[in-house]
Ligand binder design. Structure first.
Ligand SMILES: NC(=O)c1ccc[n+]([C@@H]2O[C@H](COP(=O)([O-])OP(=O)(O)OC[C@H]3O[C@@H](n4cnc5c(N)ncnc54)[C@H](O)[C@@H]3O)[C@@H](O)[C@H]2O)c1
Length: 258
């Protein structure tokens, strides 16, 4: 029933085999989607090489750099999508960044620069990518982003990233409202804590995972594959009536009061 054959899916945010975006890319591929992958370029080309080797088995027909802080790179990535595919059906926004110093200690010590950086990369980027994707989603489409319960409730050390996630979740609602008439759906998955490159920058991530394992109804946290399965559902016609939502894939942790 979950068939994405013939759908063109652009996946951002794969850094390594622990990335949530990697879990999503694999499930979209399994469901038959034609993949495009973006990577964050660095001076020595290490990410490019690593990500390209990782994604090779999924045969991506597009593989382009895309640093969301670089408008020209974002424009060029979507220009490639236009040239190679003509239309886009699925956009996976799976990226975030904040300075490590701003992910521990007192929230009020965050600098203006650190605050703006987290907001720009982690929240504004969804607006930026949706603006570029919208004219290419000529047959409708589905956009999925990744958020965390720390955008709704206070989680120790999550600090400025919580503010960025709150903005991201509101972006989802405004974008869903704007793009709905074009049959483009925009949703977020709020994932439970998973050990990744990004999450290891958050102070006490292992304690967060342990806490979830003790308290969540399923007595565990979730896997990249489980998040990937939900993303595939949100990208498919099975979820055709769902937009503007934040769907928790967190082993039930969010419902608990204590
Ligand atoms: N791991 C968790 O516990 C968890 C839980 C809930 C939500 N999330 C969210 O999932 C998403 C993916 O994170 P992850 O945990 O898989 O970690 P990750 O480190 O594997 O992925 C983060 C990605 O962001 C990319 N990125 C950073 N700055 C960028 C920029 N300027 N331009 C383009 N890309 C940039 C990195 O290259 C990387 O691929 C993030 O939005 C994160 O907040 C993670």
């Amino acid at each position: 029933m979950l068939d994405l054959t013939g759908k063109n899916a652009l996946v951002t945010g794969i850094a390594n085999n622990r990335s949530i975006a990697w879990g999503i890319a694999q499930q979209l591929h399994k469901a038959g989607a034609n993949l495009g992958v973006t990577y964050l370029p660095d001076d020595r080309g290490r990410f490019k090489q690593k990500v390209s080797e990782l994604v090779e088995p999924l045969n991506p027909s597009i593989f382009v750099p895309c640093n969301v802080q670089n408008d020209e790179q974002v424009d060029a990535a979507f220009e490639t999508v236009k040239e190679k595919w003509g239309k886009l059906d699925i956009l996976i926004h799976c990226l975030a960044f904040a300075n490590k110093d701003d992910l521990a200690g007192d929230f009020s010590t965050v600098s203006r620069e650190g605050y703006n950086l987290a907001m720009e990369v982690s929240a504004y980027s969804l607006v930026q990518l949706c603006r570029a994707a919208k004219p290419l989603m000529t047959d409708g489409g589905s956009v999925v982003t990744l958020t965390y319960v720390g955008g709704v409730r206070v989680i120790p050390n999550y600090n400025v990233m919580g503010i960025a996630k709150a903005a991201l979740e509101m972006n989802v609602r405004y974008l869903a409202s704007e793009m709905g008439p074009q049959n483009i759906r925009v949703n977020a998955i709020s994932a439970g804590p998973i050990r990744t490159l990004a999450s290891s920058a958050v102070g006490g991530i292992l304690d967060m995972i342990r806490h979830v394992e003790e308290v969540a109804p399923l007595r565990r946290t979730v896997t990249q594959e489980e998040v990937g399965n939900t993303a595939a559902f949100l990208c498919s016609d099975l979820s055709s009536g769902v937009t503007g939502q934040v769907l928790y894939v967190d082993a039930g942790y969010e419902i608990m009061g204590m």
